[in-house]
Structure formats: C-alpha cells, structure tokens
Design a protein around this ligand. Structure first.
Ligand code: NI
Length: 180
C-alpha cells in the first residue's frame, strides 16, 4: 500500500470526466482502492475519488461515521455508512428537497464552503468483488456520496455553491454557526 499524491484544484485531472472501470474485480482496481483508502485516512478525509489521486477512473471511497450526524434509531442506516468502495456509481434523487451543509475537499485544502444538495438519494455501484451494491442515503451520508461522485464528472464543490460569500477558510469556521 502507498499514500498517493492528491491533486489540487486547478489540475486538469480534476476537471475531466473519469472513465468507467471495465472490470471492477480486477487486481489493479483492488490495489488502487487500497492506496486510496490509506491516502484518505492519512489525510483525515471522509471520502476520496480516484481522479483526486490522478487516476481518471470512476472509483470512489467514503465513510459516514454514525457519530458525525444526528440520528434516530430508524435513520441510522441511511445517515451512516461504513467504509464503502463504489465503482461506476449511479445516483438517483429520492427527494429533491435540498439541504445545506459545510463541505471541505482534500483537493481544495484549507477551505470550506456551504453547499445545498438533495437530502435523500439512492446510489448503486459495484464493489471490489464485482457485486452490485445499492443503498439509500440521507444527511451527511447523502452529501459525501454526491460530493465524491461529482469528482467523477469533473465537478468540485465550489462549482455547486450558490453563494460564494460562504466559501471560507477552515480557520474562520468558528465564526459561522452550523445551520439548523
Ligand atoms: Ni472532494
């Protein structure tokens, strides 16, 4: 395993559409994912997409820990996700009502932005054994999946922002109360 170099905003690999993976169960994809997970954990990120490590393929890894979002007994599964690998993911909006939240990105270091996204989605994709995974997601779980999958289409979160006055340095986040 290896910690990979993370591409930063402005590198062309972050602005292009990534290609479908021909064989999700291929050994080189398993190797890539192992390195992506190690890189994500080392950088203390919640998610990472392959283009962020200069690999233009449709692969994302993410986790949504249960302690990151408010939860009720019934919503735990929707709101939280274990460490997950998604290959060739497809997203579908269940409820288009948008929720706002602060996002950061390992490719946009030092900054945070307030982004509105649909709050309830469903996603599908392949795992490392080539099996189809399907889940619904809300809250932070829905946000991180949409953020990571945007990377596969060359989109960084500032491009999703409607109000750039809410693009701030992490060091100033204390001045902003979390909404709701
Ligand atoms: Ni990102």
């Amino acid at each position: 395993m290896a910690i990979l170099k993370i591409a930063r905003m402005g590198h062309p690999v972050l602005a292009r559409r990534a290609q479908e993976v021909a064989d999700p169960a291929a050994p080189e994809i398993r190797r890539l994912v192992a390195d992506m997970v190690e890189t994500m954990i080392d950088a203390n990120g919640a998610g990472l997409a392959a283009p962020q490590v200069h690999v233009p393929l449709r692969v994302v890894v993410f986790q949504a820990p249960a302690d990151r979002t408010p939860q009720t007994e019934n919503e735990t599964f929707d709101h939280a996700a274990p460490l997950t690998v998604l290959i060739n993911p497809l997203l579908e909006t269940i409820d288009p009502t948008e929720e706002g939240g602060w996002e950061g990105c390992l490719s946009v270091p030092g900054l945070r932005g307030y982004v509105e996204r649909p709050g309830h989605i469903r996603y599908r994709g392949f795992d490392l054994d080539g099996k189809m995974l399907e889940r619904s997601a809300r809250g932070f779980h829905a946000r991180v999946v949409q953020h990571e999958c945007d990377h596969l289409d060359g989109i960084l979160y500032p491009q999703r922002m409607r109000d750039l006055s809410k693009l701030i340095f992490e060091t100033e986040a204390r001045h902003w109360a979390q909404p709701e």
